[in-house]
Write a protein that binds this ligand. Structure first.
Ligand code: MG
Length: 273
């Protein structure tokens, strides 16, 4: 009986979905000048073509991948010129990060760092490795973190067979949400974060119409999906935490995200007959 009710409910939902997607006949063409989320009709060939980019390559255990061509490169293994020491001003004489840079990675040393640039809606990529030689336990083992403004800290920690409080383990939204799964690699192995962050949407009257949203993938696995953050907040600097452990970093980049139809590449010229 219960199963029948579930099947009926699913069928009803499916039917509703079909009707919802059915295009209405005699629907007037949307006015592109009006603030309408759907500016174009289906299959409209006048619609801007999505910008053409080179997607780059994915990283391997041994080597970092090539970032997408439209990414802002924050660390390519050579220098930390896109960062300055936390607690300093970017132009201070002693603002240059003191981290050790060798073999294409930067190793945490002498304080956290802030990005010089600010970001809003963005796709963030960062790779990190905790020390191969395990020292300490709990929060004292390979601790660092990526701070993303009001979204808080995406925790970096050696969480491979290292128990701690769940909302403080690797890839937790620190103090708020534990990851959906623990997808940690072993100490010393390179790990990836891919993060999609959207600022709250605010209307002309200053009212938040959609909360801030963050999605996090750890080693390619979804660990937070569309987690909502209330309140009004804007662009942020990135910050990498020094928690006293020599965590390594490589291949850090950010892609700024735009709404549909904003960034485009012209369509090809029509072929002459
Ligand atoms: Mg931390």
């Amino acid at each position: 009986m219960r199963r029948a009710a579930v099947v009926a409910a699913l069928f009803a939902a499916a039917t509703l979905t079909v009707f919802a997607q059915e295009p209405k006949k005699d629907e007037p063409k949307k006015d592109p000048e009006k603030k309408d989320p759907v500016k174009y009709k289906s299959n409209d060939r006048t619609r801007p073509r999505p910008k053409v980019i080179d997607p780059g390559t994915t990283s391997t255990a041994d080597a970092p991948g090539k970032p997408p061509s439209d990414a802002v490169i924050l660390f390519d293994g050579k220098d930390l010129s896109e960062w300055y020491r936390s607690g300093k001003k970017p132009d201070d004489a002693d603002a240059v990060p003191t981290w050790k840079i060798e073999n294409g990675y930067a190793e945490l040393k002498g304080g956290g760092i802030n990005s010089k640039q600010k970001f809003g809606n963005a796709q963030l990529h960062l790779e990190w490795a905790t020390p191969k030689e395990v020292k300490g336990n709990d929060q004292g083992r390979g601790n660092s973190g990526l701070y993303i403004g009001n979204f808080g800290e995406v925790q970096i920690l050696d969480s491979f067979e290292n128990d701690t409080y769940p909302d403080g383990q690797a890839s937790a939204l620190y103090g708020k949400f534990p990851p959906l799964v623990n997808a940690s690699r072993k100490p010393g192995e390179w790990q990836t974060y891919d993060i999609i962050a959207h600022l709250p949407k605010v209307d002309d009257a200053g009212k938040v119409t959609r909360p801030g949203i963050i999605t996090v993938l750890h080693n390619g696995v979804v660990v937070h999906h569309a987690v909502e953050f209330g309140g009004k907040f804007g662009e942020y600097q990135l910050h990498i935490q020094d928690h006293g452990n020599p965590v390594r970093f490589r291949n850090i980049w950010v892609r700024k995200l735009f709404d549909y139809d904003v960034e485009s590449t012209p369509p090809p010229e029509p072929k002459k007959k």
